[in-house]
Ligand binder design. Sequence first.
Ligand code: HEM
Length: 529
Amino acid sequence: MPEARGDIREIVGQPVFVPLYKLFLVYGKIFRLSFGPKSFVIISDPAYAKQILLTNADKYSKGLLSEILDFVMGTGLIPADGEIWKARRRAVVPALHRKYVMSMVDMFGDCAAHGGSTLDKYATSGVSLDMENFFSRLGLDIIGKAVFNYDFDSLTHDDPVIQAVYTLLREVEHRSTAPIAYWNIPGIQFVVPRQKRCQEALLLVNECLDGLIDKCKKLVEEEDVEFGEEFLSERDPSILHFLLASGDEISSKQLRDDLMTMLIAGHETTAAVLTWTLYLLAQHPESAAAIRKEVDALLGDRKPGVEDLKALKVTTRIINEAMRLYPQPPVLIRRALQDDQFDQYTVPAGSDLFISVWNLHRSPKLWDEPDKFKPDRFGPLDGPMPNEVTENFAYLPFGGGRRKCIGDQFAIFEAVVALAMLMRRYEFSLDESKGTVGMTTGATIHTTNGLNMFVRRRDLSAVPPPSRAADAVSAGYAFACGPVATQSISSAAAVSTAAAAGGCPFHTAAASAMPAAAACLGPTGTTPA
Ligand code: HEM
């Protein structure tokens, strides 16, 4: 197997996937890279990635990743292997059932609208805002509500639990890029201040999780709704509620590991996707304009509803392309449990492998102009959404095979709703006085200096009301204002007229008939009376 040579010190100080890309261009689709006693096999080929993730998945474990994450996720889904993983995957996947995710769409919109108060403040002051930090807070608020119905409200305030969650996230990221497993040194948590802080943070978050678990257990004991289809449609349960109500025997420690895994997995990833999408949009005003055109025509000022998601095709494609250029995480980690063969090369049992998703997504052999942002590269908008199957493992934003992300739909819906709402209401431009954005590696790709952006409120005075009102009648308004709206506003013309007059067809044309009006965002993004 080719052995990468050269000055590996080059890697220090750079996000690790960047030098790996340079080495890939020299050494090809599989090569070995050694640092002192450590050695890794770097994979940058879709067929090999498919073999590891899908066809020979039995031959691999999470290896290094499990070691890094053990302190915080224990036997949660991401680090777990073997029988524990199988059992937990079986239990957790139904909690992210499509119906459940659908029931969350409204909450995504509420959280994005809530973030508007922060953006308004910066728009008024004219001071730039770190949008990476903003998306991280938005992601935390959303995942907190979805996983255990806890309102961090990190968009508007800081508290010790939020700080503790961030301390843990940073420690995970630090460990994932550290050259030695320093955390295994006995007693280090009592001596090194960062490790001490990490221990304290862990205690605090665990206490908070235990409290939420107890509260939810009581709720489940009290309720009389049968678990099943009805449970999903009648409740607005958190994932925790679902796991407890399913009646599976599960220890509190395992439950905590599951929750912590979802909190971390679902938070930074989506935040990073939104950060890099906005970064790309700042450089591609034509794409920003395309999103606005789509949102203006379909939604106007209301929140996207479930049925709108299918129609927000341009917005979705732009996110798909941003995930190609900035995959989160940029590298997937595995350890070979048995020997495996890649053409003429044998990878022996015990080897640590990095599947470089960054290399796959930017390979000149797989993509036309791979470094260019071209959202139309995935074909007609009416075609299928790109994923590992449609692109035959050349595109792995959510991994593939049996360890594929369980939150993929949740994440796409969340990102589409947030991006559509923010692009409708605001304009963003880079604050170049804060220096280049830069990249650093953590579990996801971070900026080096923040994504500092000026925020301006969009002038909507000349923007016509939604022109695709006919679609809105059957789709969006029905969701936003309750089923009665669909019956009462029966023509596109009626919707357009009403929208022109009051911004919201439902409230102008049929307000008295609409008891479910509270769900509808009015023209200024506030709930109309
Ligand atoms: C845009 C956002 C997201 C991205 C880019 C993303 C990406 C990924 C990727 C690439 C994997 C596979 C890792 C591997 O094979 O080693 C994964 C696994 C996972 N993700 Fe996500 N994810 C996102 C959002 C979420 C959300 C919202 C949740 C939960 C609510 C979640 C929960 C998980 C879990 C539990 C796994 C482990 C699955 C298993 O090993 O069986 N992710 N994610």
